[in-house]
Design a binder for this molecule. Structure first.
Ligand SMILES: *[C@@H]1O[C@H](CO)[C@@H](O)[C@H](O)[C@H]1NC(C)=O
Ligand SMILES: *[C@@H]1O[C@H](CO)[C@@H](O)[C@H](O)[C@H]1NC(C)=O
Length: 403
């Protein structure tokens, strides 16, 4: 009797630890009685869930953002979810537009004693030139700043010295390369520094208060970095950073037969700066999502091909715009770069890829968001996982990653 019980308990345990993921297929969901259900367990196969797209504009299946499928209540209902990201509207007449910003009338552009911006073809144009008198940076044209002698000065190019971030051209930062020039700060293009390079920020005043705190602590965990070619750095001390290879999945196929600690991540977190490229293997969990099959997904890492694609796709797009480094790029603030605003209104996929990168790699919930949105069926992408993407479900095909 005892043995039988033991075997029974063992079997039960086996059943419950068999961590296969559920399958989410496109199927018919019983939505009679006007309940508008959109996801339901299949009556013939309990491991399978049927998903049906909701009817009506902005009607989507509520999934409570980044929660794992197991945490959700089913049957799920259709609800109105207004997409956020591309819904911000331009606030006119604030007079905050800088050179190159979007405008509808001269009232949208920055005007001061020295610089009276005009609006031409929906672009703010600043009348000042190199050498013009100025009081603030935005009195000056694009790729210029207002120097200590109150004159508009051409921004410094890559490799030129600088004292402040704002003196460098757009897409560059004023950094000190610790091992090279002891006291010299130079303008360095983003995504430029090689692995192993030690650097410090010349101008910590440029960062907002909460960011300055970040300059204090040592952090050997990988940090997303726009300065390094590998888009990753670690922090070795107070205002001391080193570019390191970004974390990568050892196996480029991120799907697993079952969920669990079955992903090997290659990370570069040695404390010794000399050993910057010494690889450490660590294990991470794969997670279930709303997937086509019953496979689980390893977390997407910044060094993985897809993450790199998301990020650099966005970088290339941003580099194709003519924007001032002083734009706030926020339509509600009344200051948004014209080219960026137009792309935003056209729901430009390349712009959106930064959002994908953030959501699936950088944010705290990214592993779950990735697992939830990789390898979705179309009906799932258009209903269940829609709120992860703020209404941008059209990207699901490109987003499906297999092998
Ligand atoms: C940058 O270098 C130039 C030429 O060497 C020098 O005249 C200038 O003072 C330097 N500027 C700064 C901010 O160090
Ligand atoms: C990391 O794991 C892989 C696969 O198990 C192995 O081939 C490699 O030698 C390991 N590297 C280190 C540094 O442990």
């Amino acid at each position: 009797m005892k043995y039988k019980l033991a075997i029974f308990v063992a079997l039960l345990a086996l059943v419950y630890t068999r961590d296969y993921c559920r399958v989410y297929s496109c199927g018919t969901v019983d939505d009679s009685d006007d309940l508008e259900y959109c996801a339901q367990r299949d009556n013939n196969d309990f491991g399978n869930w049927n998903v049906q797209q909701c009817v009506g504009e902005n009607m989507f299946c509520k999934t409570f953002a980044s929660k794992a499928p197991g945490a959700l209540q089913y049957p799920a209902r259709c609800e109105e979810i207004k997409p956020e990201v591309y819904q911000k509207t331009f606030t006119a007449s604030l007079g905050t537009g800088v050179d190159g910003d979007y405008c509808e009338s001269y009232k949208d552009c920055h005007r001061s004693y020295y610089s009276k911006g005009v609006c031409q073809d929906n672009v703010c144009k600043v009348p000042t030139r190199e050498g013009s008198k100025c009081k603030v940076n935005i009195d000056c044209p694009m790729e210029h700043f207002c120097n200590s002698k109150s004159r508009c000065t051409e921004a410094r190019k890559a490799g030129q010295n600088c004292t402040k971030e704002i003196e460098c051209e757009t897409g560059h930062s004023c950094l000190r390369l610790v091992e090279h020039d002891k006291d010299e700060n130079i303008c360095i293009p983003h995504n430029y520094l090689d692995d192993g390079v030690l650097f410090a920020f010349a101008d910590t005043g440029y960062f907002r208060e909460e960011k300055t705190d970040l300059l204090e602590a040592k952090q050997l965990k990988p940090i997303f970095s726009p300065y390094c070619e590998s888009i990753n750095h670690v922090q070795l001390g107070k205002n001391l950073f080193q570019c390191r290879k970004a974390d990568t999945n050892l196996n480029s196929d991120l799907s697993r037969k079952s969920k669990g600690n079955n992903c090997i991540i290659q990370t570069y977190t040695n404390e010794d700066p000399q050993k910057y490229d010494v690889l450490i293997n660590k294990t991470e969990r794969s997670l279930c999502g709303f997937n086509k099959d019953n496979r689980a997904w390893c977390p997407l890492k910044a060094g993985d091909k897809m993450a790199q694609y998301f990020y650099f796709n966005w970088v290339d797009r941003m580099n194709s715009f003519k924007c001032s480094r002083f734009t706030q790029n926020d339509p509600e603030s009344g200051s948004i770069c014209h080219d960026y605003y137009v792309a935003m209104q056209n729901k430009d996929e390349d712009l959106f890829s930064y959002y994908k990168f953030q959501a699936t790699v950088v944010n705290e919930d990214s592993a779950q968001v990735w697992a939830n949105t990789a390898n979705n069926n179309k009906c799932v992408a258009q209903s269940l996982t829609l709120d992860f993407w703020n209404g941008h479900y059209a990207t699901f095909e490109e987003y499906t990653y297999s092998k």
